[in-house]
Design a protein around this ligand. Sequence first.
Ligand code: RB5
Length: 145
Amino acid sequence: MRIAISSDHGGNNLRREIMQLLDELNISYEDFGPQSADSVDYPDYAKPVTEGVASGEFDKGILICGTGIGMSIAANKIKGIRCALVHDLFSAKATRCHNDSNVLAMGERVIGPGLAREIAKVWLETDFEGGRHTRRIEKISELEQ
Ligand code: RB5
């Protein structure tokens, strides 16, 4: 599995926590920054991650900003991206099982690093259930046409 990850300035600390988790889990990733604490615009950092996932270069993406909201809105503008904004473990599992979400968004100002790490771990390790959910994913794709 290959992961693309980025944040804005509001998500820098949590991004580093999640990269540490990825190291611990031996999951390879590419870090799309930012590399300084300067204020940046989250769509600029959502773009390379989501385009990389949509193109198949990466299997999944992780986006972090202050709330996770801006990143998730931006990510879902990209064709083929199903970005889930998640701040609880039930949703982390459900969005993989039911929505086959390929990008996870979280907000550093919303949850602490311990819960965020657990959410990312569950999200990374849960498979899509398929079945009736496949039809629903296909209908989402039709909305993009
Ligand atoms: C930046 O201040 C903040 O607006 C951003 O990190 C994010 O929360 C936007 O949705």
